[in-house]
Design a binder for this molecule. Structure first.
Ligand SMILES: CC(=O)CC(=O)SCCNC(=O)CCNC(=O)[C@H](O)C(C)(C)COP(=O)(O)OP(=O)(O)OC[C@H]1O[C@@H](n2cnc3c(N)ncnc32)[C@H](O)[C@@H]1OP(=O)(O)O
Length: 445
């Protein structure tokens, strides 16, 4: 355990800041997260961003063109919507003069957009930014194998009938079996492991049992079901209406009636037959978008905004791709150290649930003295994070995980949950495929 943690690295600003302005999280909204059900869903990435962006902008006191820029995270950009940030900004009526750019850092994309906005505002470059994440995993394209592309290129380049016939003779139907880009995208190109296999590694290393992972998954569903029932997601989840008039008003992957017994029957998804990561304890493949509005003190005063929280600090870390799921331990511990806080000094935590076993491994890592000594440079174990502080309204196992969106969703939900419960400090953190991680410290105002 300690061995593989040696190569971890954390990032810190190289130059001293010239300005250090307060950055407010004003408001935000998301779509319901819609499970990908084997065919393209009703919304493209930009459709999703527009569905929740429009009601969010309409409830603000300032006009849509008052923003300085739009930043949007998206992993799987579709070719008809290149630079989805700009397409969304224009479709949202933010004006042709609105600068907008898209960021991609796998599952960190929706959090990276917030962090980039935070730094623009903190450093005095902007006053008001719309930062989001969007992903339509159900639209992930099927791609042709490179052999098929080469064969077609050869056919196209044939300069004589003989050449053409020779090329035709090389035809093999097997070359044309499409690759699903989603499965490819969820496989680490360096480690050659699917994201699910990286969770299997953590489950073994930190001795997470199948039952523990399944219990965690059941609790995620129960917490989300309760939040839906109690209306705690109102204002955060905006209904979406498809072009043919179908209304989507809640995260549709929730299974309120699931049980540990039902989950125990599911087959391992990534390492059958003995693996323990299953469809029931993995994050779901979903479509969804989320936005957060960030503002400087000047913008808050100018438009008489009522911010929910202050974004106090952020941190990014990197580690081996094979154990990418441990990333939250690194990035959030760096924040805790910088702010001289322990795990339970933070009122609420959002750790994105890529996999139940991966979240549990993070909790175990903090309890492991040797891991904390070698990987985190601490004398003692960090301790036990009280689970009633963690993902209090469910996580990606129940809600779903549109990869470019989730980092944004957890910050949005953190700011709303702190407000609802009258609590002060929260950390939102997530693992990132490729072996990275981001964390944000937020304080309610
Ligand atoms: C990428 C980064 O940068 C970092 C990261 O976050 S890594 C994480 C990225 N995301 C992923 O890797 C996605 C992980 N998840 C998956 O790939 C897929 O969900 C999976 C391959 C594990 C399963 O896919 P699937 O087979 O389509 O699952 P799904 O349709 O949800 O479930 C199959 C069946 O299991 C059963 N099931 C699933 N969940 C259940 C539950 N909670 N209770 C009872 N039964 C359940 C049901 O019978 C279900 O069939 P129905 O929906 O028809 O009832």
């Amino acid at each position: 355990m300690a061995q593989q943690a040696k190569k971890t690295r954390t990032r810190r600003e190289a130059a001293p800041r010239t300005k250090d302005r307060k950055v407010y999280l004003v408001d935000g909204a998301r779509t319901p997260f819609l499970k990908a059900r084997g065919r393209p869903g009703p919304f493209s990435p930009v459709d999703l961003a527009v569905q929740c962006g429009r009601p969010l902008l309409l409830r603000q006191p300032m006009p849509a063109d008052a923003f300085d820029q739009v930043i949007l995270g998206c992993v799987n950009v579709v070719s008809s919507e290149m630079n989805p940030a700009r397409v969304a900004a224009l479709r949202l009526g933010m004006g042709e003069a609105m600068p907008a750019f898209t960021v991609q850092i796998n599952c960190g994309s929706g959090m990276q957009s917030i962090d980039t906005a935070y730094k623009y505002i903190r450093d005095g470059d902007s006053d008001l930014i719309l930062a989001g994440g969007t992903e339509a995993l159900s639209h992930a394209p099927m791609v042709m194998k490179s052999e098929a592309v080469e064969w077609l290129a050869g056919l196209n380049a044939a300069s004589s009938p003989q050449d053409y016939v020779r090329q035709l003779a090389g035809f093999s139907p097997g070359q044309f079996k499409p690759e699903i880009s989603l499965a490819k995208g969820l496989t680490d190109p360096i480690a050659g492991l699917s994201m699910g296999q990286t969770a299997e590694i953590l489950a073994k290393q930190f001795r997470i049992s199948r039952t523990q992972a399944d219990e965690y998954a059941v609790s995620s569903h129960q917490r989300l079901a309760k939040a839906q029932e109690e209306g705690w997601l109102e204002g955060e989840v905006m209904p979406a209406i498809s072009p043919d008039g179908e209304l989507f008003d809640r995260d549709d992957g929730v299974r309120a009636d699931t049980s540990v017994e039902a989950l125990a029957k599911l087959r391992a998804a990534f390492e059958p037959p003995y693996g323990q990561v299953t469809p029931g304890n993995s994050s779901q493949v979903t479509d969804g978008a989320s936005w957060v509005i960030l503002a400087s003190e000047e913008a808050v005063k100018k438009y008489d905004l009522k911010p929910s929280a202050v974004l106090v600090d952020s941190h990014w870390s990197a580690l081996e791709p094979e154990i990418m799921g441990l990333g939250p331990v690194l990035s959030s511990t760096a924040l805790l150290k910088r702010h001289k806080a322990g795990l339970n000094d933070i009122d609420l935590w959002e750790i994105n649930e890529a996999f139940a076993a991966q979240v549990l491994a993070c909790l175990r890592a903090w309890e492991d003295r040797e891991f904390c000594r070698v990987a985190l440079g601490l004398d003692e174990a960090m301790g036990t994070l009280e689970t009633e502080r963690l993902n209090i309204d469910g996580g990606a196992v129940a809600i779903g995980h549109p990869v470019g969106t989730s980092g944004n969703r957890i910050v949005l939900h953190m700011m709303n949950a702190l407000k609802r419960k009258g609590l002060k400090r929260g950390i939102a953190t997530e693992c990132i495929g490729g072996g990275q991680s981001g964390a944000m410290l937020i304080e309610a105002v």
